[in-house]
Ligand binder design. Structure first.
Ligand code: ATP
Ligand code: MG
Length: 231
């Protein structure tokens, strides 16, 4: 459904992705792992049209070259960037409302679905989003993106800086998406959560994919883990 081939990306003259290739199939959770600076976020930004890139990115058979981020979102790819971009002065409910496409009719997801997944958001639905904790803001960005009814969601390090209990909630959220047939590209540094919920794992190093396999294959491959993941 998402197919990336020979992807190169650039920040000005700096060439940071060098022929990245991978795909994501319907209903699959794919983990994109790697150390700091390996190129994971840049890969996500390229798919969303937020960085200069060359190569092939195909979504449901359609080339994404030259498309703007909002068009790509409309084609059904949701994106949760590293920095949780909420609207701090708006309430939780208003933030969710802004995530909807049109009037939300025909969407797989309702406000109640969000509040059921994260009861904390229900309690705080009339609170200004900016006063909530980091974990609550992360839940809100995840849900706001979901309100746009994506078929694939790309999530950049959702568990960074969160308490173990909230990490667990994020894990449940991701499995919930999968159960509803939504694909996930999960950028992570924490191996435990990524390995426990993903169908396939990709490892990036220096702007290329250096490993692709199942979580079990990655667990068994001490050389790859040592060279590209462990610090
Ligand atoms: N806005 C930018 N301008 C110039 N170089 C950048 C920019 N953003 C990232 N880079 C460089 O691109 C390379 C890949 O960075 P990227 O953010 O994709 O890594 P990452 O795997 O997401 O790691 P992390 O999130 O831990 O930093 C790094 O060498 C980084 O320094
Ligand atoms: Mg990053």
């Amino acid at each position: 459904m998402l197919k990336v081939e020979n992807l190169h990306a650039f920040y000005g003259k700096s060439h940071v992705l060098h022929g990245v290739h991978f795909d994501v199939q319907p209903g699959e959770i794919v983990a994109l792992l790697g150390r700091n600076g390996s190129g994971r976020s840049t890969t996500a930004k390229a798919v969303m049209g937020l960085v200069n890139w060359e190569g092939t990115i195909n979504w449901k058979g359609q080339a994404l070259n030259g498309r703007k981020a909002y068009e790509i979102a409309h084609l059904g790819i949701g994106y949760v960037p590293e920095n949780r971009e909420i609207f701090p002065k708006l309430t939780v409910h208003q933030n969710l409302l802004l995530g909807r496409k049109g009037n939300g009719k025909g969407s797989r997801w309702s406000f109640d679905d969000m509040y059921e997944m994260f009861p904390r958001l229900k309690e705080r639905q009339h609170t200004e989003a900016g006063v909530m904790s980091g974990g609550e803001q992360q839940m809100l960005t995840l849900c706001r993106t979901l309100m746009g009814d994506p078929d694939l969601i790309i999530i950049d390090e959702p568990t960074e800086g969160l308490a173990p209990k909230i990490v667990e909630l994020v894990g449940q959220y991701l499995q919930n998406l999968k159960a509803r047939g939504i694909s996930v590209l999960l950028i992570e540094q924490k191996l435990t959560i990524a390995m426990s919920i993903s169908d396939r794992a990709l490892v990036m190093g220096h702007g290329s994919i250096v490993f692709e396999g199942t979580p079990d294959q990655l667990r068994a491959d001490a050389d790859v883990r040592k060279e590209w993941l462990e610090v």
